[in-house]
Ligand binder design. Structure first.
Ligand code: GRF
Length: 243
């Protein structure tokens, strides 16, 4: 197709270029991939979720809110947290979600912790596991119990900037576009198949805190969408039960 100066054939980004100069978020908010609406993705039966969090739990809250607002057909069966100080547990209490502390310091090995996590998720009849700020590496004990049923949210446009200091790495490299990714979890950290991404601009005076805050706005938007996406894939599988 040849380029046409006709504005009706321009990309949304070009049509919105005045806003791009003053409000870059207005343009970047369209940059979600795949760009599918919650309506397209809504599953018939609510997906039974288990959420794993180590920290603040703002993503836990975004999922709970999306369910309450009718944007996501799901039910949070349980929150598992590993850090006794995790604010996510306070949020779970507020939302009436059972919260189970599994402190990694009390387990001899990663496998032992994962066995207890799997048992807890099965006790709560969880179909899809959501790692939302879960700061532990997983073992095959966990992956094999929930094959292709564990997703994670990460504050970078993977495969760039894996690991716990993704936002700092993006700033240090001087990238102009950052973002977040929801992906399937596999044994290798931050490396499973990508389900959904959203982009944000990096502004000249950004600090790790300001950039992370901008990324988190998008995390809260795409995590419920990606859960619907993953749930709709589960619905078309012969069995939606963990093995
Ligand atoms: C998010 O930025 C997520 O991408 C990363 O950890 C952070 C968790 O934030 N894995 P919160 O605890 O949900 O507020």
């Amino acid at each position: 197709m040849s380029f046409s100066p006709d504005s009706t054939q321009q990309s949304p980004a070009l049509q919105h270029s005045p806003a791009a100069l003053t409000q870059p978020d207005a343009v970047f908010s369209n940059l979600v991939s795949p760009n599918i609406s919650a309506d397209t993705l809504r599953t018939q039966t609510p997906i039974k979720l288990g959420i794993l969090a180590s920290g603040s739990g703002s993503n836990f809250e975004a999922v709970a809110q999306a369910i309450k607002d009718g944007q996501l057909s799901a039910q949070i069966q349980v929150l598992i947290y590993n850090n006794p100080d995790a604010y996510a547990a306070v949020r779970a209490a507020k939302w009436g979600v059972p919260a189970v502390l599994l402190n990694h310091r009390e387990y001899k090995s990663r496998e032992d912790l994962d066995r207890q996590i799997v048992q807890t998720l099965q006790e709560y009849d969880v179909e899809l596991v959501v790692m939302a700020g879960w700061m532990r590496l997983v073992t095959s004990v966990f992956i094999d119990a929930f094959p292709d049923k564990i997703i994670n949210i990460h504050p970078s446009l993977l495969p760039s900037f894996k690991g716990s200091r993704a936002v700092e790495q993006a700033l240090a490299e001087g990238v102009k576009i950052a973002g977040c990714t929801v992906h399937l979890v596999c044994l290798e950290m931050d490396s499973g198949s990508i389900l959904m991404q959203a982009a944000v601009p990096v502004l000249p005076d950004d600090t790790p805190e300001t950039l992370h805050a901008r990324i988190q706005v998008q995390e809260h938007r795409i995590l419920p969408l990606a859960i619907s996406f993953a749930g709709s894939l589960l619905e078309h599988r012969p069995s939606s039960k963990p093995i």
